[in-house]
Design a protein around this ligand. Structure first.
Ligand SMILES: NC(=O)c1ccc[n+]([C@@H]2O[C@H](COP(=O)([O-])OP(=O)(O)OC[C@H]3O[C@@H](n4cnc5c(N)ncnc54)[C@H](O)[C@@H]3O)[C@@H](O)[C@H]2O)c1
Length: 358
């Protein structure tokens, strides 16, 4: 009896202080991940979610938002810097999810083991003086390392990839998973939700509607002209003048630059991105739970066009992607936008694939 009480007290202490001394051995972790220990007292069962790059501009507010999500029972925060602080901070929120921090590559495996959903905002955003190629090479390398870790520790997890350039990092992730013999295309999703979030906001402004009531499908990819808002398919149904269509399309495609310029050297979109990522992750978790009709746009392996990857509406379910919707009828303006988008997308996809196959 006394022995059992001591054991429980020890377990309690190690759970409470987990964020102060991230796991160093798989044994401790395996013990703590088992059964009821994964749930906070009184909390319901839920999903295990890891955020890789949790101490960054996107990672921190995303950690906060995921800690608030009632579908999350365990939240693992991984980064190569500063996770103990972020974890201690977020862990004080009296919501259900148990939070644990992991620091540095040697703890990647522990951070990933047993996860249902892995969200990746790790990487560097574009900084002044940095070429697109510099950014590509750094982020491509980071995504490769993290995806190798996922293949080893939680090969069946759903992966939400945020690190840019998404048009190339998703093909990179697919190639890494293929190489490791662990590729499940239905579970790899590039996060393009920020484009949809922006489109809904900007369209609502023009129409004088509540942005929460507006739904704009955004297809193609996640950079410049590859971002193709389908303004002919907006819900609720509405019509725009030619000027409104070109103003809205351009503003949605350049939303990232709008934020970079307004921040004037202090970074890129992080808060709206964390909001978008949390919204998308929540949709993935609702799908995993078995909710019906969970539909979001995402950049995924696809047969909607001749390209191997494309963003369009997908239905999410217990297996990840359960259905990929075709584009539907397009306006003349959208058809010409689609051709431009495909041309650029083909190059970005190819660049990602070559990075791993070289
Ligand atoms: N998909 C989108 O819509 C979208 C929108 C905005 C930004 N982004 C991209 O998201 C990424 C992150 O942006 P940010 O503003 O948060 O950058 P940031 O520099 O503020 O944060 C990135 C974090 O990643 C961490 N990191 C670096 N290497 C790592 C590794 N090997 N393992 C784990 N963590 C690592 C860093 O330590 C840092 O904490 C960038 O690539 C950016 O371009 C995507």
């Amino acid at each position: 009896m006394e022995k059992q009480q001591n054991y429980e007290a020890l377990q309690r202490i190690s759970r409470i202080t987990a964020h102060l001394a991230p796991f160093t051995s798989q044994m401790e972790e395996a013990d703590l991940l088992r059964g009821s220990v994964c749930r906070s007292k009184g909390g319901s069962s839920g999903f295990k979610v890891a955020i890789l790059g949790a101490a960054g501009g996107i990672g921190q507010p995303l950690s906060l938002l995921m800690k608030m999500n009632p579908l999350v029972s365990v939240l693992h925060l991984y980064d190569v810097v500063n996770t103990p602080g972020v974890t201690a901070d977020v862990s004080h929120m009296n919501t259900g999810a148990v939070v644990r921090g992991f620091l540095g590559q040697q703890q990647l495996e522990s951070a990933l083991s047993g996860m249902d959903l892995v969200i990746i905002p790790a990487g560097v955003p574009r900084k002044p003086g940095m070429t697109r190629d510099d950014l590509f090479n750094i982020n491509a390398g980071i995504v490769r390392t993290l995806c190798e870790g996922i293949s080893k520790s939680c090969p069946h997890a759903i992966v939400n990839l945020i690190s840019n350039p998404v048009n190339s990092t998703v093909p990179i992730a697919a190639e890494v998973f293929k190489k490791m013999g662990m590729y499940e295309p239905k579970r790899l999703l590039g996060v393009t939700t920020l484009d949809v979030v922006r489109a809904n906001t900007f369209v609502a402004e023009v129409l004088g509607l509540d942005p929460r009531e507006v739904n704009v499908p955004v297809v193609g990819g996640h950079a410049g002209v590859t971002i193709l808002p389908l303004l002919s398919q907006v819900k609720p149904p509405c019509s725009f003048t030619t000027e409104e269509i070109s103003y809205l399309t351009e503003r949605i495609q350049n939303g990232g630059t709008e934020v970079v310029e307004a921040k004037a050297g202090a970074g890129s979109a992080t808060l709206s991105m964390a909001f978008a990522a949390a919204k998308f992750a929540d949709a993935c978790l609702r799908g995993l739970r078995g909710d019906a009709d969970v539909v979001e746009c995402s950049f995924v392996a696809s047969e909607v066009t001749e390209l191997p990857f494309f963003a369009s509406k997908v239905r999410l379910g217990r297996m990840g992607i359960e259905e990929i919707f075709s584009l539907g009828p397009l306006s003349e303006f959208e058809r010409s936008g689609l051709e431009k988008a495909k041309k650029e997308l083909a190059q970005s996809i190819d660049k990602g694939i070559r990075f791993i196959r070289k």
